[in-house]
Design a protein around this ligand. Structure first.
Ligand SMILES: [Zn+2]
Length: 162
């Protein structure tokens, strides 16, 4: 993804309650390898139920604030809805995103299962090839990256839908 500055990230938040975008903690942006991610995702170390994702939705940076469910998923396997990696259930959480605008003020949110550490971009680069084996590794990652970005854009549409 193209790099983002701290102020671009704070301004991009579409569903943050008043003041939260200004207060949210930032990851170490100088350490981010932008070329190897489709979105920037991080949890708040001081408030572990809080998570944030920011990505380029076409040419516009869009950020979402998320809340992780308190309860863990039952033991077994679970699949992240964004990167579609099947993994131990303890590594996937239900996250909810407050809806943007009036719907959010009325308490509406939308939820989905996402990797607990929001590290989907790392996973799609590490995951063993499955039925994709016939393609070269670069193509496999590019295909997964496009799907990941598209599913994040679809989730964002549900958050900002009027
Ligand atoms: Zn994931």
């Amino acid at each position: 993804m193209r790099p983002l500055t701290e102020s671009e990230i704070r301004e991009s938040m579409v569903n943050a309650p008043a003041g939260e975008a200004a207060r949210m903690p930032m990851p170490g942006l100088h350490e981010v390898i932008w070329d190897e991610r489709e979105f920037l995702g991080w949890r708040d170390p001081q408030a572990p139920q809080r998570g944030y994702v920011v990505f380029w939705n076409d040419d516009e940076p869009v950020g979402l604030t998320l809340r992780a469910a308190e309860s863990q998923l039952p033991a077994g396997s679970a699949m992240c809805s964004l990167c579609q990696t099947l993994q131990p259930a303890s590594q996937v959480r239900m996250f909810s995103a407050r809806r943007a605008g009036e719907a959010g003020e009325r308490g509406n949110s939308v939820g989905t299962y996402i990797c607990a550490d929001l590290g989907c971009s790392t996973l799609i680069r590490m995951r063993a090839p499955g039925t994709e084996l016939r393609h070269d590794p670069g193509e496999v990652v590019a295909h997964r990256a496009a799907g990941l970005t598209q599913r994040l854009a679809s989730f964002t549409e549900r958050v900002v839908a009027a």
